[in-house]
Design a protein around this ligand. Sequence first.
Ligand code: COA
Length: 318
Amino acid sequence: MRYSKILGTGGYLPEKVLTNHDLEKMVDTTDEWIVTRTGIHQRHIAADDENAVTMAEQAGRVALEAAGLKPDDIDMIIVTSTTPHMVFPSTACLLQERFGISGCAAFDLNASACAGFMYGFSIADQFIRSGMIKHALVIGSEVMSRVVDWTDRSTCVLFGDGAGAVVLGPTAEPGVLSTHLHADGKHKDVLYLPLGNNRTPNLESVKMMGNQLFKLAVNILGDLFDETLEANQMQKSDIDWLVPHQANIRIIQAMAKKLELPLDRVVTTLDKQSNTSSASIPLALDEAIRDGRIQRGQLLLMEGFGGGLAWGSALVRY
Ligand code: COA
């Protein structure tokens, strides 16, 4: 049997930090409201000369170094981004050029925003398992600050910028045990980002029905955990770490409760980073690996959900 495993991770956060107190001066909100309802204290904001490509490069280089690989060892680059630098060439192709490599498969994947990383991770896993490729670089890179309406207090307090990267490679022992992907387009109206017009694809800003989305997320993710554990004949008690999408601390707490996991077994970064959409899971993974919390051999449950709705999980022996 051939499996894929995580060989290295990397992350990048822009230097500029926007705190809740900064936001108090921009919209009718308070630090107390944001912290109580979301758990977010601050977010990072990309500089004018940064974009999804530059951030992906930073995170990708760190992940490659951690994996002990060079750019030309990579057989496939997948960038999950809803805020790409261009419609085309893809962020992945622009990144390939920055890495000074050519020939390997490179594409962007927009699986409805925040779920994107789980989709990219799953695709990379399938290609490695099947023997089609050896090494894949999967990067979530998002400049959410450019697609939120900075006058809309119900959305602008939630999002931030950053990039997270994972290098996957082949192994005889699992590795990635299973991945599970789903979508349901009937919930298209709870979270969406329209194009301004189709001839010149200038984006509008994120629209969200926060309350409905919150309830959907809690129900969907609960079922997703059951499915993931059942597929591997594992119990909640087998899980060492939950590495969740970072949308809201109350959703994360509900997920920890569902899994009967203490909160110190859940990787949480949204207090400092907010919701970086498809970058949030690899950023959280990278932080917990680098600070030594996540150790080789431990069992990780990763999950993401976002507009579409689309959602996905992976059970991974790190
Ligand atoms: N500051 C102060 N008040 C705010 C506010 C802000 N930044 N944003 C909204 N409010 C107000 C609303 O206007 C509303 O006021 P009203 O009762 O006078 O109409 C009130 O707070 C409550 O709004 P509500 O939407 O019911 O709050 P909530 O408890 O559902 O929390 C979210 C709002 C957005 C934090 C929460 O619904 C959420 O996190 N949802 C999921 C979002 C998500 O996961 N998004 C990303 C998916 S990938």
